[in-house]
Design a protein around this ligand. Structure first.
Ligand code: TYM
Length: 328
């Protein structure tokens, strides 16, 4: 199977997008042909300071390597290094009804949050995402729940192109880790964990131990004192149980049993210590890799080369199918 996925460079990687997506990226590379990208062009849809964007793209690559991506087994590249993404996005723009884009939840949320910067790129964001994906003819796309609607649009665009110009694109499927598809905010467990809600809402994958202890102990919990998984009635504790269960690789039921006669404080303490144990190697690896700039650049060069070789083949087919006059 061919696997493709992407992540934005901006903001720290947190346990939400790790459990929901990138942990799965690492697991998949052992058995499949995987391509992963840091989507710097997508990040431009929200205002970015150029230096910060530049540094964040490098840092995101370092982070992905620190959590275990191995470029002997997958291709890792920066989206803007492969020009075909924007070319195919333009072509897909001409096939995508504006009304479909206007009903995207993420567009509506981001426009509400950012009233002063509702740019055209924010609206066509999912079209660029469709281009990212379809260029590589992948079978499965590992993502969290918030991206599923964009994946449906991607499939719609593939279908539409195929109907109009003849079969060209595979319709890729979403690969969702059901239990981890939506890790919630520590502050407001009714909202998804997100880097844009401020540092108390999330735990970075590279967080210092003391900060982990503090954040977990302050995480919003529910009335009562039982460690019971019930997302509707006990969203705070249920979210922590999910996090514990995924990091410990124990079932939710086993976690409930283990802490049956313990209170919230003991459970939170155990969760914090578990997170510290699991995340410490990532933090150390990140520090080590940060110093190896040339090595990282070489990885990105090789990754883009591999990606380009697939993307160019797809684009040659697309250009000729839609009737562009090809250069000699
Ligand atoms: P991004 O950078 O917001 O998030 C990266 C991945 O993490 C998942 N995720 C979560 N999963 C569970 N719980 C959470 N709280 C949580 N927060 C984030 C996301 O679903 C995602 O899989 N548009 C994409 C990037 C993108 C992309 C692509 C993805 C661009 N092109 C092509 C796949 C294929 C995004 O903003 O992800």
């Amino acid at each position: 199977m061919r696997i493709f996925s992407g992540i934005q460079p901006t903001g720290q990687m947190h346990i939400g997008n790790y459990l929901g997506a990138t942990r799965n990226w690492v697991n998949l590379q052992n058995e499949h042909s995987c391509l992963y990208t840091v989507v710097d062009l997508h990040a431009l849809t929200t205002l970015q300071n150029p230096k910060e964007l530049h540094d964040a793209s490098f840092e995101k690559v370092v982070e992905l390597l620190a959590i275990g991506l191995d470029t002997e087994r997958c291709a890792l590249f920066i989206q803007s290094h492969v020009k075909e993404h924007t070319e195919l996005a333009w072509i897909f723009n001409t096939l995508t009804p504006v009304a479909e884009l206007e009903r995207m939840t993420q567009f509506k949320d981001k426009s509400k949050k950012n009233k002063k910067n509702i740019n055209a790129g924010l609206l066509t964001y999912p079209v660029l995402m469709a281009a990212d994906i379809l260029l590589y003819q992948p079978d499965k796309i590992p993502v969290g729940k918030d991206q599923v609607q964009h994946l449906e649009l991607t499939r719609m665009i593939a279908r539409k192109f195929n109907q109009q110009f003849g079969h060209t694109f595979k319709e890729p499927e979403v690969l969702l880790i059901e239990e981890a598809a939506k890790i919630m905010s520590l502050e407001d467990p009714k909202k998804k964990m997100s880097k844009s809600d401020g540092p108390a809402a999330y735990i970075s994958l590279f967080e210092e131990p003391e900060a982990i202890r503090k954040k977990v102990s302050r995480a919003t919990t529910d009335t009562g004192k039982e460690i019971r998984f019930n997302p509707a009635k006990k969203p705070g504790i249920s979210n922590l149980i999910t996090i514990y269960s995924l990091f410990a690789e124990e079932s939710v039921h086993d976690v409930e049993k283990k802490f049956a006669d313990k209170g919230y404080a003991a459970f939170k303490k155990a969760t914090a210590e578990l997170l510290i144990e699991k995340l410490e190697p990532f933090r150390q690896k990140k520090q080590e890799l940060f110093k190896r700039e040339l090595y990282i650049q070489e990885i990105l060069k090789q990754g883009a080369k591999r990606a380009r070789s697939i993307a160019e083949t797809t684009m040659q087919d697309v250009r000729s199918k839609i009737g562009l006059l090809l250069p000699n």
